[in-house]
Ligand binder design. Structure first.
Ligand SMILES: [Zn+2]
Length: 508
């Protein structure tokens, strides 16, 4: 008899500061064997897990449950979230006789009211499956890690890289732990320490920054003889919910003292250097003058409108600076720039006008009108697309009506990829798929705080993180936090030093 393992996924990353609700229809879905075949061979967690199952000594039969994933965005409409959780639970119920379960979660979803969807999902699943079926969960390291989640899975396996490049490997690590549990080879015991801090900035880059040192400490314990999984969950700071904070978690095979010791060392290390874990931002003025003085490509990171972090994607703050229409930037931009704006009316109007037409459209401010005023531009329609393209990870996207507009400036032009729906603007594929080569521009705007670096460092002469408004601004003081526990670094001046004592043991 093969070992039957249920594989299921539900993912979205929420910025509660984005007023645009995420709806049921925004979620892509795959079910059953379609889910497994859609993921096989891609750069995803499930692909990694499936490969480990295929390589195992014993016969493993993976069973596809439900996968639902949406582009990061605003809170999920409550009734839509209820429907998704219900359907997810139904898929678990259909396969509740499996031997083990692998859930691939992001971890930073939020509803309009619901602050802990993943906790609810895992609790539902645990109630359906019972206490004896091993459940392993992989998480993005931006997950909001909550006690309800802790209680309802055996082991959590977080990403180890930022920018995230280890999705496949995280799936492999998760599957390896799950097989150990399924064979009865491991009895997990976890130490978890929470830290009242929200972190941003370059020091989070795991290849070069301070955070990478903490991750290497995690990897040391995870790969030690007793290690099962370890990581640091820093939370998506824009998922302002009661559970928002950072966590260190270390799971060993029945070695509580080793888990406690490692968790404590890693937590102290991060807390003591928290001042270095804030973003360094430059003004729009300074960014434009950096580009003017740089030979080659300058990448502007618009972390504030990072659709990857949950922002609305309709910011025109940098666009207006490049066009010389921002009061925050008096330097005249010289050269060519490439950026993106989510704007359904503009995308549809340009599509209707046709390639080669000159159109006057308003760009931006359709989704987050409280932050961005519409900007009227006269542009030439360079190209029109159906919006179907594939990211570097292998995941397909549907951008809806998509057009490239060329907006002339006094000393060059700005090319804007205008899409009907929100998309990730992290890698280069989003541009090359629409006939735009980022390497050929003086400025490319990535709507991403750090993930873009993986794709741009080899072609960028300079990188600047620009301080402009947006619902995912790295300038955390600019956002109206109301639900996360206070005091918390860096929002509050005096945050008492935590005791670094692991939460009550939660081996299960
Ligand atoms: Zn993340």
């Amino acid at each position: 008899m093969p070992i039957r393992i249920l594989v299921a996924e539900i993912k979205q990353e929420t910025s509660v500061f984005n007023p645009q609700l995420t709806r049921y229809e925004d979620f892509h879905q795959a079910h059953g064997n379609d889910l497994l075949s859609a993921r096989r061979g891609t750069d995803t967690e499930i692909a990694g897990a499936l490969d480990v199952f295929a390589e195992a000594d014993e016969e493993i039969l993976p069973i596809g449950g439900m996968a639902a994933w949406a582009v990061s965005g605003g809170p999920i409409c409550d009734t839509d979230l209820d429907r998704l959780i219900e359907e997810f639970a139904e898929a678990v119920t259909r396969h509740s006789d499996v031997d083990a379960v692998y859930f691939c979660l992001h971890g930073a979803m939020a509803g309009e009211q619901e602050g802990d969807p993943e906790g609810r999902i895992l609790q539902r699943a645990r109630n359906i499956l019972g206490d004896t079926i091993p459940v392993v969960v992989s998480l993005d390291l931006h997950a909001i890690f909550t006690p309800l989640m802790h209680r309802n899975a055996d082991v959590f396996v977080p990403f180890h890289t930022y920018p995230h490049t280890d999705q496949y490997d995280t799936g492999r690590r998760s599957a390896a732990v799950l097989l150990q549990l399924t064979r009865g080879e491991a009895s997990p015991t976890t130490a978890r320490i929470s830290l009242p801090m929200l972190v941003r900035g370059d020091e989070l880059l795991t290849a070069t920054g301070l955070f990478g040192e903490a991750i290497r400490m995690c990897q040391d314990i995870e790969t030690s003889e007793c290690g099962l999984a370890a990581g640091v969950l820093i939370g998506n700071p824009f998922t302002d919910v009661p559970g928002l904070k950072s966590w260190v978690e270390v799971t060993t095979n029945s070695n509580k003292p080793a888990a406690d010791l490692a968790a404590r060392r890693i937590a102290e290390f991060l807390w003591n250097q928290r001042e270095r874990l804030e973003a360094e931002l430059v003004s729009l003025e300074e960014a434009i003058s950096t580009s003017n003085n740089t030979e080659g490509l300058t990448v502007f990171s618009d972390a504030a409108d990072a659709t990857a972090s949950g922002a609305s994607g309709d910011s025109n703050a940098i666009l207006s600076g490049l066009l010389g229409r921002s009061p925050d930037a008096t330097s005249l931009f010289q050269g060519t720039a490439l950026l993106s704006v989510v704007d359904a009316p503009a995308a549809l109007a340009a599509t209707a006008a046709g390639v080669g037409a000159t159109v006057e459209v308003s760009l931006g401010g359709t989704r987050d009108p409280g932050r961005f005023d519409p900007l009227t531009v006269t542009a030439t329609v360079l190209s029109i697309h159906d919006g179907h393209f594939i990211y570097e990870s292998g995941k397909p996207e549907i951008a809806g009506a998509t057009t490239v507009l060329r907006i002339p400036t006094d000393h060059g032009h700005v090319d804007a990829l205008v899409t009907e729906r929100s998309i990730y603007v992290v890698g280069r594929a989003v541009f090359t798929a629409h006939g735009l080569d980022p390497a050929g521009y003086d400025v490319v705007v990535a709507k991403s705080p750090n993930g873009f670096r993986t794709h741009y460092e080899s072609i960028a002469a300079a990188i600047v993180v620009v301080d402009v408004p947006g619902s995912t601004s790295a300038n955390l003081h600019s956002l109206p936090f109301s639900r996360c526990p206070r005091p918390i670094f860096p929002l509050d001046e005096h945050v008492p030093t935590p005791e670094f004592v692991p939460e009550a043991p939660s081996s299960s």
